[in-house]
Design a protein around this ligand. Structure first.
Ligand SMILES: [Zn+2]
Ligand SMILES: [Zn+2]
Length: 140
């Protein structure tokens, strides 16, 4: 695999923060949890993940909001776009520190991810209707 051609860039709304990933995200999902709704100001958010070492900030600085200790939501301090999610602990068998989670739509080419799963649908707003047969999970 050619590492150089396998890079993808992304960034926030205003352009102050830019990032680069190596490779294509190995997982992505739509999260309907209440925390994501409030952090993003949207009904749900589409997260993608890549091994932590394959994510780097190439311009600007990601500002961190740590409302819940150990859970860090990263955003652009200028325009507010949510960019990253990180947790430094293991939750239900998932070691969050191994991966870099980021918002799929902030990629310059969001079509490189193919999210299917809807998670935390127990928090889903009643006016959001999922596609027939979409994989849906009450929690993660
Ligand atoms: Zn910005
Ligand atoms: Zn969430």
């Amino acid at each position: 695999m050619n590492g150089k051609s396998n890079t993808h860039d992304g960034g926030c709304y205003c352009g102050a923060v830019r990032y680069r990933i190596q490779g294509v995200p190995d997982f992505s999902a739509h999260c309907h949890c209440r925390s994501c709704q409030l952090a993003l100001g949207g009904a749900f958010v589409t997260w993608a993940k890549i091994p932590a070492g394959n994510f780097s900030v190439t311009k600007g600085k990601i500002k961190i909001c740590e409302k819940t200790p150990g859970i860090r939501r990263g955003f652009c301090g200028d325009c507010g776009t949510t960019l990253t999610y990180a947790a430094d602990h293991v939750v239900e068998g998932q070691d969050w520190s191994k991966d870099a989670w980021f918002t799929a739509v902030t990629l310059d080419d969001p079509t490189i991810v193919s999210p299917q799963n809807h998670v935390f649908v127990s928090h889903k707003q009643p006016w959001i209707t999922l596609p027939e047969g979409a994989p849906a999970f009450d929690t993660f």
